[in-house]
Design a protein around this ligand. Structure first.
Ligand code: AMP
Length: 282
């Protein structure tokens, strides 16, 4: 694995690889890597792509400064895991490289409705930050394939919209969520949970599974109330529990039995905010 810290060096290296005709697969991350991240790398590797992973904790996407300060950093272990996975390139930029003028007054993207709901509503500015960093990373890596996790369902939709807005023809692959044995979605934030909090965190998976197993045509409000009760029993503080259309993320209150549905949850286990989702209809 070759590690680049400076954009210019990365760009020169990738330009040299392109004549050989090998396509680039890009896996952007914020580090504190776990098997979920590595599953994205594995898919890129299996497709024989020149696999480029970035690690950058993007200050522009944290609406809560405390969350940014507490974001786990485990760079040595990350490098070890990436090496082991056969990653070709690690891009590890400094903030000044991606944002030479700082992060105030950055460009804005028209994300429409997507920015006003769910994560967009509860984390104002978050998706602008995601787009601002993705734009910069995409400009540098110029991938043909982009791998992102379904765990961040709305983020995948936002990035899909960004690709269209900037006229990128990179293909976005949405990779299924990797879970712990008890169903908890793997996440860098899980390492901030105490033993007791970690045990209670399975409540999110239980609530999603409950929604999937009990979703019937008709009114969905009662079903959502029962999923909320399950979360409250596990001491969660709920931001949202929602059932939405898989394609638009518009809220569905009455199900016709045909529309494709996804359920999305965001909730705090003490100080740690967790998100997860599950497709309810096959
Ligand atoms: P992050 O470092 O949290 O920004 O995540 C980097 C990428 O890994 C994003 O595309 C995430 O959606 C994806 N990811 C995070 N957790 C998982 C997981 N448990 N399974 C699959 N992909 C994941």
């Amino acid at each position: 694995m070759i590690l680049f810290k400076r954009s210019e060096d990365l760009t020169v290296y990738l330009e040299k690889q392109r004549p050989a005709g090998r396509q680039v697969g890009f896996i952007p991350t914020m580090g504190a890597l776990h098997p979920g991240h590595i599953s994205l790398i594995d898919i890129s590797k299996r497709a024989s792509l020149l696999s480029v992973c970035s690690i950058f904790v993007n200050p522009a996407q944290f609406n809560d400064p405390k969350d940014f300060q507490k974001y786990p950093i485990t760079i040595e272990n990350d490098i070890y895991l990436l090496e082991k996975a056969g990653t070709d390139v690690l891009f590890l930029p400094e903030a000044g490289d991606l944002y030479p003028g700082g992060i105030a007054d950055l460009e804005r993207y028209d994300l429409g409705y997507l920015e006003t709901i769910l994560e967009g509503f509860y984390r104002p500015g978050h998706f602008q930050g995601v787009c601002q960093v993705m734009r910069r990373l995409l400009d540098r890596v110029q991938p043909q394939h982009l791998f992102m996790g379904q765990k961040d369902y709305q983020q995948c939709m936002v990035v899909g919209r960004l690709l269209a807005l900037i006229g990128s023809d990179a293909i976005l692959h949405t990779v299924p969520t990797l879970r712990e044995a008890d169903g908890l979605a793997m996440s860098s934030r899980n390492m901030r949970l105490s033993g007791e909090e970690r045990a209670k965190s399975t409540g999110i998976y239980q609530a999603l599974t409950y929604l999937k197993e009990n979703c019937r045509p008709g009114e969905l409000a009662g079903l959502i109330d029962r999923a909320c009760d399950l979360l409250l029993k596990h001491d969660f503080r709920i931001d949202y529990v929602e059932i939405a259309d898989t394609g638009t993320l518009e809220k569905v209150s009455i199900w016709d039995g045909k529309q494709k549905l996804v359920s999305l949850i965001a909730a705090f286990q003490q100080e740690v905010r967790l998100i997860d989702n599950m497709i309810l209809t096959e």
